[in-house]
Design a binder for this molecule. Structure first.
Ligand code: PLP
Length: 391
């Protein structure tokens, strides 16, 4: 049997009776849109994350878009984020007509570098690209620094203390992209609750996934939560046909809420299992030449959305091919940093503008990671990595 990269069937085998019971309840009551499971899930999610509000929505992308829309972000605004992430993080900025201002990563954690954020804010204010690489728009227009979207890449929370200090100094709103980070912890606070708002995704392959698309926004801000609830139903006011703002149609389906209600109680145990898998990889792969293992800084817990090696001293694609040959799947997240994507060609960046992101994209390789990865299967992966590196 081939080794799966993420084994959703193994999870289903454990949770199927409860998932079916929850889904059957929805079929019986028939409230497929905003049924009672949605509110129940939001209560449980908010309690899990330690946030006052969880507002569910149709995807992680919508969960990023909604707070930016609620904050009125648009043309003339600069929103800072990392180029070493999934396209959705920066896409929502551009969709609203604002300008993504990329800030390179800390190569140790793959997360946005707070010191470089400080430089980027100064560069935007001075319209001076010698301080920090800037998008073309920042040269032709004096952009207003409005927000920063740190990403909890591969499940590891970004450095929110240092980011928060820069954000407070410059009046930036912090929108946490916790699409991969949900389940993680930063200094006692849960991922999702680390900014003015936090966005997560319930895409099936994320640490907590449903059976389709889904997402949620977390916030302690009562007024923001009200606006988010309005935005997700076409900007509704007192009722559905009273429209007080331009919004979206981005509700979480009741059936997906039912799936998540069945999965959420198992999630803490799954996070422990992910930690155990990461620890076994760490022990089994330690000391391999030219391989850097993922680090989890003091005070952090990683949700291990991915277990990602950096192969500085090797031909990454040859290693991936040797693994494939041995029946071990691997993935490259992400082969192209966003500032080199055609979709963002208009920003006018050179590949070398963000050297750490560029280097990471050439070196990273993610191994199979999920809570149901058996120790003996993991040992096959570890053995195959050791062999592939010699080849
Ligand atoms: C998956 C992901 C998203 C988008 O989530 P969807 O539910 O697929 O829309 C956003 N940001 C990051 C970092 C992601 O990994």
């Amino acid at each position: 049997m081939p080794i799966p990269f993420i084994d959703l069937k193994a999870q289903l085998a454990v949770l199927e009776p409860e998932i079916r019971r929850r889904m059957d309840a929805v079929l019986a009551h028939g409230k497929f849109i905003m049924g009672p499971e949605v509110a129940e899930l939001e209560t449980d999610l908010a309690a899990f994350a330690g946030a006052r509000h969880a507002v569910t929505c149709a995807s992680g992308t919508d969960a990023l878009l909604m707070p930016l829309l609620a904050w009125g972000i648009g043309p003339g605004d600069a929103v800072f984020t990392t180029p070493f992430t999934f396209i959705a993080t920066a896409e929502v900025i551009a969709l609203l007509g604002a300008t993504p201002v990329f800030v390179d990563i800390d190569p140790r954690t793959y997360n946005i570098d707070p010191a470089r954020l400080e430089l980027a804010v100064a560069a935007v204010a001075a319209q001076d690209p010698t301080l920090h690489p800037l998008p073309m728009t920042a040269m032709t227009h004096k952009l207003k620094p409005k927000a920063v979207i740190p990403v909890d890449l591969f499940g590891l929370p970004a450095d929110y203390d240092a980011l928060g200090a820069v954000a407070r100094e410059h009046g930036l709103l912090v929108l946490e992209d916790a699409a991969q980070g949900f389940g993680g912890v930063y200094k006692g606070k849960k991922a999702g609750a680390l900014g003015a708002a936090g966005a997560t995704s319930f895409f099936p392959a994320k640490p907590l996934g449903c059976f389709g698309d889904g997402g949620a926004v977390f916030t302690d801000d009562d007024a923001l939560a009200d606006v988010l609830r309005s935005i997700r139903v076409h900007g509704k006011g007192g009722h559905k046909y009273d429209n007080v703002r331009v919004g979206l149609n981005c509700r979480l389906d009741t059936l997906q809420a039912a799936v998540l209600l069945a999965k959420l109680p198992a999630f803490p145990g799954e996070l422990d299992a992910r930690d155990a898998v990461a620890a076994r990889y760490g022990a089994g792969l330690a000391g391999l030449p030219g391989v850097t293992l993922p680090v989890v800084p003091e005070g952090c817990r990683c949700a291990w959305a991915q277990y990602t090696l950096s192969l500085a001293g090797h031909d990454r694609d040859a290693v991936a091919a040797a693994l494939r040959e041995a029946g071990v799947p691997s993935m490259v997240y992400y082969p192209k940093p966003l500032h080199t994507q055609t979709a963002f060609a208009g920003l006018g960046h050179a590949p070398e503008d963000f050297p750490e992101s560029l280097a990471a994209s050439a070196r990273v390789l993610s191994l199979p990671m999920h809570p149901y990865l058996a120790a003996d299967v993991q040992d096959v992966v570890i053995g195959a990595v050791g062999k592939a590196l010699q080849g």
